[in-house]
Design a protein around this ligand. Structure first.
Ligand SMILES: [Zn+2]
Length: 341
C-alpha cells in the first residue's frame, strides 16, 4: 500500500523545501511525520558564528618529507597563508596565528613573498602518506582551537634508502656523493652524454640514477604511491623492478612514476599502497651496463603524459628534463640535496 506524503513540500532537484527547513532528498523516503518539523536554522547559525577559535601552527622546511616538524627542520618566515578571505603571514620562526569563526575554510600558501627572488617550494607534505603541489588548496575545518603545521618541500622525492646505507663507491673516492656513479644522460644526441652538472658521470641514453650500495640494502619508496605492474615488454632493469605511481602535479600528466631496479627481492606487489620510506625491496647487482659486476640500485623518475597511448618522459631528478617549470632545480626535498628519510 502506498503511503501518502502529508508534508506540503515542493521537490526541487535533490532537495525538498518545507518552509525554511531544507531536508536532504533521502529523508523524503522515510515515514512522514504528521506535521512538518520546525527547524530554526537561523538561530543555530547565529550561535555558531559567534564562536571564534584560534588556528595556529608553523610553516617549516620538511627535509625528510614526513609532514612532521622536527628540531632540525627550521620554520620559514614571510609565508603568506590565505585562509578564506584573510591573509596571515608567518613570523621569523615560521609561526602563524589567526582567530576565525567556526566553519570550513580553504587554505592556500603563497611563497616566496612578492618581489623576492627566492627559491619557491613546490610541494606541501600533509603527512608521510600524502603530498600536494603548492598551488592546490587545503580544506581546514575549524570547530575548536586548531594547530596546523605546514610542511613545505621543493621536490617530492626522498632518497630510496636509509641513513645507515653503505655507499660502496664512496670508500673508493669521496668524489661520489651517495655512491652515485651514473646520473641521467641529459643529451639527446647519440653517442654524446652529459650529466645534470655538465659532467660526464653517465653513459649514452642512461635514463636513471645509479647508486652504488651494498647488496641487500633495504630500498625505500621515495614518495607515497601505489605499486604498479611493470608495463614494458622488455626488462630494462633486470629481474626485479618495483614501479610506483605517484600523484601527478598537473592535469597534462596522468601520473609520475619512480622505479627501482636490479633488486634481489621485491617486497611489495602490484596494487599495494606504499607510504614514503616503506621498504619495497632489497638491492642487488643484476643488470646490463658499464659497471656490470657491481652492486647498485638503478632508479628512474618518469612523467606519463595524458595521451593515447600515454607518452613517457624519463626525467632527471637532479634537474628537470621536461620543461615543467623554469625554476625547477630538482625533485629532491631540498635544493639539489637529497635528504635522508
Ligand atoms: Zn642504471
Amino acid at each position: 500500500m502506498l503511503k501518502i506524503l502529508r508534508l506540503t513540500g515542493i521537490s526541487i532537484g535533490p532537495l525538498l523545501i518545507i518552509g525554511t527547513a531544507i531536508l536532504p532528498a533521502c529523508l523524503t523516503n522515510q515515514t512522514p511525520a504528521e506535521q512538518p518539523i520546525e527547524v530554526n536554522t537561523k538561530a543555530q547559525f547565529a550561535v555558531q558564528t559567534e564562536q571564534r577559535f584560534t588556528l595556529n601552527g608553523t610553516v617549516f622546511h620538511d627535509y625528510n618529507g614526513d609532514g612532521t616538524k622536527e628540531e632540525r627542520e627550521p620554520g620559514i618566515p614571510e609565508v603568506s597563508l590565505n585562509i578564506g578571505r584573510r591573509i596571515v603571514t608567518t613570523n621569523s620562526t615560521g609561526f602563524y596565528e589567526i582567530s576565525l569563526p567556526q566553519g570550513e575554510y580553504t587554505l592556500w600558501i603563497q611563497y616566496p613573498p612578492r618581489g623576492h627572488n627566492l627559491q619557491p617550494f613546490r610541494y606541501i607534505n600533509i603527512s608521510r602518506e600524502e603530498y600536494k603541489t603548492i598551488d592546490k588548496t587545503i580544506l581546514i575545518k575549524i570547530d575548536g582551537d586548531v594547530i596546523y603545521d605546514l610542511a613545505l618541500m621543493q621536490g617530492f622525492l626522498t632518497l630510496p634508502f636509509g641513513k645507515d646505507t653503505v655507499f660502496t663507491i664512496t670508500q673508493i673516492s669521496s668524489d661520489y656523493p651517495l655512491g652515485i656513479i651514473h646520473y641521467v644522460d641529459r643529451s639527446n644526441k647519440e653517442k654524446v652524454y652529459m650529466d645534470w652538472s655538465g659532467g660526464g658521470r653517465t653513459y649514452d641514453q642512461h635514463p636513471g640514477t645509479d647508486f652504488v650500495i651494498k647488496e641487500n640494502t633495504p630500498i625505500l619508496s621515495a614518495a607515497p604511491g601505489t605499486v604498479l605492474e611493470w608495463p614494458f615488454p622488455y626488462e630494462v632493469n633486470g629481474k626485479n623492478v618495483v614501479l610506483i605511481q605517484h600523484e601527478a602535479p598537473y592535469e597534462k600528466y596522468m601520473c609520475i612514476t619512480t622505479d627501482y631496479g636490479h633488486l634481489n627481492e621485491a617486497k611489495v606487489k602490484p596494487g599495494e599502497k606504499v607510504k614514503r620510506g616503506d621498504i619495497i625491496g632489497l638491492s642487488g647487482k643484476s643488470g646490463n651496463w658499464v659497471y656490470k659486476q657491481g652492486e647498485h640500485l638503478h632508479s628512474d623518475l618518469c612523467y606519463w603524459q595524458t595521451l593515447n597511448p600515454p607518452k613517457l618522459y624519463f626525467t632527471d631528478p637532479y634537474r628537470n628534463t621536461v620543461a615543467l617549470e623554469w625554476y625547477s632545480p630538482g625533485f629532491w626535498t631540498r635544493d639539489n640535496d637529497p635528504q635522508y628519510p
